[in-house]
Design a binder for this molecule. Structure first.
Ligand code: 26W
Length: 795
């Protein structure tokens, strides 16, 4: 598409779709007009892919997830359709600033963190690989809350991405599925009729997901909840206005807001209703599509692969069995077999508090037939395995992890260490019963968004050196290794990083009025705030570092900027205290005349996908410091490695595989292994001993305890200091000394910019394996048994 064609298409949509005259158009109008112009280019490819999938009777993958952390879509679409040049030239001609339009788009923040973002990367990779796939999610009216800071405290505000028209979705009023809750069951022999007492509608909104070079397009279908019966006019006419709107309000509650908790199940009824609403609508839609092409449901596993993203859609098993057995009359055991061969389950966490369980009373009341089927599935599993002690329904609860495992033909972990730990911890018994069911699929990230789009300086340097094959064959990045040996190329590599750091310093100055030195080490920890991720270990080291600089300011300290980003679950007080402590420390340290030129702390609010795209290209050091055995994989670690940040980290999650691939000499390792953590945790007083043995740790804790960072409320962080001194379940104290050692090694290494650049470039060169394209190819081979469609021509 030429620039002038693009210009005309933009002007066409401005006038005829937005109904705006160019003279009066606002940024929003231009962004929407451009989005529609680009969308037009995508729709044809999207339809072509759908048509081919039907025509070639291809097996489809269905990715069921309560979260899709998509971020912005305009730039992604322009880049994947190779329209960047045409768009930029068209906008130049219209005197419209491209970056202003990009910044104007709200993030689609339909997820909490790792799990949701992984789903979004997977959707883009499936489309890039030409794999017929469909994502099923919920169209939350309010995504993850907006975070702001008041006096250093996290404050949450509702996020409202839908207050403006969303350019990238198409509503599907004809795809409206009845969803029931409660009521009673009438059993007829083995089968039953379920008579729900509450009904509402799931309506579909489709977003095209276009792959690299526009060669294939898939659909992300998001469900909105609508009332079965709309506005109650009779009540309104009787003046009972609130009641008149009640059915509408009630029904819409289900897709109103994303639950902001990641890692702690709240067991709230609305959450279970959201999960069933999402999953039942998706399963019904999958069966409808299957039956529109085939008439023998025994074929289902051959033509559909359903992946459940953690336990949140685990009710999919019983719901599929209910439809196959109760509604389609299939024999119960056969129905379970068909369902199991269709479904596979990914586990993303070992944290006990994150493993969902539902009370039998609540499940029985809300989903009476499913509760019965869960018991029959347990019974069948007992007969199949000849054991009685592993049941989904146990001690008055339904364990969704066990249900997900029993009703799946494959269960996967998201990194090699995590997958092995699954076999010895959460799924130990089930693994013994089904030794070949657990497989590993180490996570990945899309190199389109997380390198080509967010780091154009580095991307163009790479493409100039090795061509653009790396964009959809990221393993090709290893071809830059020979260039790393060329000092001139390495200088340009370092210059790209430096320019990104200057951009970020300017943004921090503009938005936070904090001056940071772009030649300092940009040390970044960006992720959800959680004790197991140990932001407080980073804060303690920062305090000890600050104290040492104050003791001896002229000791030739290597300047460091500590950048934090992340949201705390609103009810997670300890995590919110960690956020506030970081802000209190920033206030004191950044204005400390003795130390501020050597050490700054910066905590930009509202960390989300778009802020990650701004921070990650400017990172020198990637903080991946979780307690070994706790972070299932991590994906931020992969994005930072791809963008040339060196990792300081523990042998946890995918850090292990990153270190193996980039080389131990290009990674700052510290801390106990998962086994050592278990052993140390068994030793009483492990924290007190660590504190006694490390004066820096003791002194840093004392600084917090004494109120240096909270003079107006000295006891503000009592919870943190007391917990660390007496419990310290996540081994912050026991890993401190070695962490300090590793951080000082970082300082030393950074004083040799050439060697640092070489290490950084080798991280980029060897990060290709962490592409989500490789991950999806793994799922296709080991779990979904699908192959990609031969590609249509490039965009
Ligand atoms: C029910 C509450 C709840 C909500 C979300 C979750 C997610 C599983 C948490 C999550 O995001 N896990 C992260 O998944 C990433 C993608 O696989 C991994 O890289 C991270 O290590 C893991 O913490 C657990 C429990």
């Amino acid at each position: 598409m030429t620039a002038s064609e693009m210009k005309n298409a933009i002007l066409h949509h401005l006038v005829y779709t937005l109904g705006k005259d160019a003279a009066h158009a606002k940024t929003y109008d231009w962004r929407m007009a451009l989005s529609f112009a680009v969308r037009d280019q995508i729709v044809d490819r999207w339809f072509e892919a759908t048509r081919r999938t039907y025509a070639e009777h291809r097996k489809r993958v269905y990715y069921l997830s309560l979260e899709f952390l998509i971020g912005r879509l305009l730039k992604d679409a322009v880049i994947n359709m190779r329209l960047e040049e045409a768009v930029q030239d068209a906008l130049d001609a219209l005197k419209i600033d491209w970056h202003e339009l990009l910044e104007d788009e709200p993030d689609a923040a339909l997820g909490n963190g790792g799990l949701g973002r992984l789903a979004a990367c997977f959707m883009e990779s499936q489309a890039t690989l030409g794999l017929p796939a469909m994502g099923y999610g919920i169209r939350y009216e309010h995504g993850l809350f907006r975070q702001s800071f008041e006096d250093g405290r996290q404050v949450e505000e509702p996020e409202d991405w839908l207050s403006q028209t969303h350019a990238w979705e198409f509503v599907r009023p004809e795809v409206a599925i009845d969803i029931g809750f409660g009521g009673h069951v009438q059993e007829i022999g083995s089968r039953a009729n379920w008579y729900p007492s509450e009904m509402l509608i799931a309506m579909a909104h489709d977003t095209p997901v276009i792959g690299w070079k526009g060669r294939w397009g898939n659909t992300l279908r998001l469900w909105e909840s609508r009332p079965m019966h709309g506005f109650d006019l009779a009540r309104f006419n009787r003046g009972d206005y609130a009641a008149a709107a009640e059915p509408e309000a009630l029904a819409r509650t289900l897709s109103r807001v994303l639950y902001p908790d990641d890692h702690t199940e709240q067991g709230k009824e609305l959450r279970l209703k959201q999960e069933f609403f999402h999953t039942a609508a998706s399963i019904r839609d999958i069966i409808r599509r299957f039956e529109s092409e085939y008439d023998d449901l025994k074929l289902l596993p051959k033509k559909a692969a359903i992946q459940i993203n953690d336990t949140h859609p685990a009710i999919a098993g019983p719901e599929l069995v209910r439809i196959l057995h109760d509604e389609r009359g299939m024999d119960f055991e056969e129905a379970v077999g068909i369902a199991r061969n269709t479904i596979s389950y990914t586990n993303h966490t070992l944290l006990p508090e994150a493993l969902e369980t539902w009370g039998e009373a609540r499940m029985g009341r809300l989903l009476p037939r499913h509760m019965q089927l869960i018991d029959r599935i347990d019974d069948l599993h007992r007969r199949e395995t000849g054991t009685g002690h592993v049941n989904a329904h146990q001690d008055g609860k339904v364990h969704m992890g066990t249900l997900g495992f029993i009703m799946a033909h494959k269960v996967n972990g998201v990194a090699a260490l995590h997958t092995e730990l699954q076999k010895t911890t959460v799924f130990k018994d089930l693994h013994e019963l089904h030794p070949d069911r657990i497989v590993n699929q180490t996570n990945g990230v899309t190199p389109r968004r997380w390198l080509l789009s967010c780091n154009p300086r580095l991307a163009s340097l790479i493409t100039e050196g090795i061509g653009d094959g790396w964009v959809d064959h990221a393993e090709d990045l290893e071809k830059i290794e020979p260039l790393v040996a060329d000092p001139a190329w390495l200088d340009r590599y370092a210059a790209a990083k430096k320019a990104n750091k200057v951009d970020l310093s300017n943004w921090i100055a503009e938005t936070m009025e904090i001056g940071v030195d772009p030649d300092a080490i940009f040390d970044i920890q960006v992720k959800r705030i959680h004790e197991y991720k140990r932001q407080h270990l980073n804060l303690l080291e920062t305090i000890a570092h600050w104290q040492e600089i104050r003791d001896n300011p002229n000791a030739g300290w290597v300047p460091r900027v500590k950048i934090f980003g992340g949201k705390a679950f609103p009810n997670y007080i300890y995590a919110k205290d960690m956020v506030r402590l970081a802000n209190d420390m920033a206030r004191v340290m950044n204005s400390d005349p003795l130390t501020s030129r050597y050490l700054k702390v910066v905590f930009p609010p509202n960390y989300n996908v778009s802020l990650a795209e701004r921070l990650i290209p400017a990172a020198d050091l990637s903080e991946q410091i979780s307690t070994a055995g706790k972070e299932a994989s991590g994906t931020g670690n992969m994005k930072l490695t791809l963008n040339g940040a060196l990792t300081i980290g523990t042998l946890d999650g995918a850090n292990v595989e990153i270190r193996e691939l980039v080389g131990a000499e290009n990674f700052f390792l510290f801390g106990m292994t998962a086994e050592e953590v278990m052993a140390r945790r068994a030793e009483a007083g492990h924290a007190a001993r660590a504190i006694a043995e490390d004066h820096r740790l003791a002194r840093a804790l004392e600084a917090i305890r004494s109120g240096i960072f909270s003079p107006d409320e000295p006891g503000r962080y009592h919870s943190i200091t007391e917990n660390l001194s007496h419990h310290d379940y996540f081994m912050v104290c026991s890993d401190f000394t070695d962490y300090w050692r590793a951080q000082r090694e970082v300082d030393t290494a950074f004083t040799d910019p050439k060697d640092w650049a070489r290490k950084a470039a080798l991280n980029t060169a060897r990060a290709g394996w962490f592409s989500s394209d490789r991950t999806i190819r793994g799922y296709m081979k080991d779990i979904w048994h699908t192959d990609a469609a031969p590609q249509v021509a490039d965009a």
